[in-house]
Design a protein around this ligand. Structure first.
Ligand SMILES: [Fe+2]
Length: 417
């Protein structure tokens, strides 16, 4: 028998809206111990607690300085792996794993100091036990799970966006074959996430914006997701609302520790949200755009968000409710707001402006639905393609205000700044 709330929601839904999921079962789990705040890095000695550890970081002077503080506090590591590259590939990971295998004594912990690529590399190192072939075999051949190891990870993010410090998976790129894999195992949740907003102060504008947009994508993607639940949606609503409010002023005041702190909190909340849902179509769509067109992950997974928001309106009562908490009652107006938000940050919402021809982009949308993440999206493909058409028409024709708030602005000026 239906509950009163269930009946109310069903009766109040707009025509075409799917039945609400109020009675379905759901669960939420995240085991990562989080320490947040300015100066949190000072806890590293206590967290390493005398264990033999490996330090994974970047090699430039900014990170060497922070790494020196870690070492001064936690002691000398077994080895420092500091040649991590963006979007860690099979080739670079094999080299890093070989370094991990070199010490005579095996590590008891891995300290990951850096952005998503560093934390993802640490997860691969943790699983590899110094032999990347074990990870490659598991990812490509779906064999050898019993050979994978697990070394506890202490994650210290230096960007605000990836969320990798609270998830149990890592993105691994086979650039030679043009494929992206996800190494996902429950024992890859970091043991501890040390989130110190002061560490994000040195980030340049482009990295600040792109990583924040990655977090915005994580939050929205966890709402329009078949795995969404009230806890994940609540985290996501808080995260997205905060990012929409704080990113524009932060982008012009990069030295503001107060705004850096708010962004770090939002990115953490977005990470907690999608740690339980994973991402959806925007991410599935982004991987070939990053691989084939070199668009940074945070931009590749966010410029399609207005299109997907337009497509998902009315598809699910709980999803609509979550999105209204972010964008207000009129979700079509939310599409305009999101479009303007991205455009004003210098991020065009048109694929062509990112170097992806329109016909290719439409083919990629179709292909993205076949991906594991694409299947998490609750909106149907035909509505996404209609939304793409509407968006393209609105932003390519002066005088049409369906997709922007200022219809008098010439299209060329609406695109990438
Ligand atoms: Fe992402």
């Amino acid at each position: 028998m239906s509950s009163t709330r269930e009946t109310f929601l069903r009766d109040s839904e707009a025509p075409g809206t799917q039945a609400s999921n109020v009675s379905r079962q759901w669960s939420f789990y995240n085991p990562v111990q989080v320490t947040f705040g300015g100066g949190a890095l000072s806890r590293i000695s206590e967290l390493v607690d005398g264990r033999r550890y490996v330090l994974v970081t970047y090699g430039d002077p900014h990170f060497r300085e922070i790494a020196a503080r870690v070492i001064a506090s936690a002691g000398e590591p077994l080895v420092v792996i500091d040649d991590v590259s963006p979007n860690p590939s099979f080739v670079s990971l094999a080299t890093s794993c070989a370094l991990l295998g070199f010490p005579a004594e095996s590590p008891e912990a891995i300290v990951a100091l850096g952005g998503g690529s560093v934390i993802d590399t640490a997860k691969v190192l943790s699983a590899s036990s110094g032999d990347f072939e074990r990870v490659r075999r598991y990812l490509v051949d779906h064999e050898g799970e019993e050979a994978l190891g697990s070394v506890p990870i202490i994650a210290i993010p230096t960007t605000a966006g990836t969320g990798s410090e609270v998830t149990c998976w890592a993105s691994v790129w086979d650039t030679g074959a043009g494929r992206k894999y996800s190494l996902s195992r429950p024992n890859l949740y970091p043991e501890h996430a040390l989130v110190d907003p002061e560490l994000t102060l040195g980030m340049p504008r482009m990295l600040t914006v792109s990583t924040a947009l990655d977090a915005l994508s994580h939050s929205l993607e966890s709402i329009w997701n078949v795995n969404a639940n009230p806890v994940s949606t609540n985290f996501a609503v808080l995260a997205a609302s905060e990012i929409l409010e704080v990113l524009p002023p932060l982008a012009t005041d990069l030295a503001s520790l107060a705004m850096r702190s708010r962004m770090a909190t939002a990115a953490l909340l977005a990470g907690l949200a999608f740690s339980n849902t994973r991402t959806a179509l925007a991410h599935s769509l982004s991987y070939p755009i990053t691989l084939q067109y070199g668009v940074p992950h945070g931009l590749a997974c966010s410029f399609s968000l207005p299109m997907l928001l337009r497509a998902v309106i009315g598809q699910d009562g709980e999803c609509d409710e979550g999105l209204r908490r972010i964008f207000g009652e009129d979700l079509l107006a939310g599409v305009v707001r999101l479009t303007d938000f991205l455009t004003d940050l210098g991020v065009s919402v048109l694929a062509e402006d990112h170097g992806v021809p329109r016909d290719v982009f439409c083919d990629l949308i179709t292909a993205a639905y076949a991906g594991e993440r694409g299947r998490n999206f609750i909106g149907p493909k035909d509505l996404v393609l209609v939304a793409e058409e509407q968006q393209w028409a609105a932003l390519s024709r002066p005088g049409d205000d369906a997709g922007r708030s200022d219809s008098t602005t010439p299209p060329a000026n609406r695109r990438s700044k």
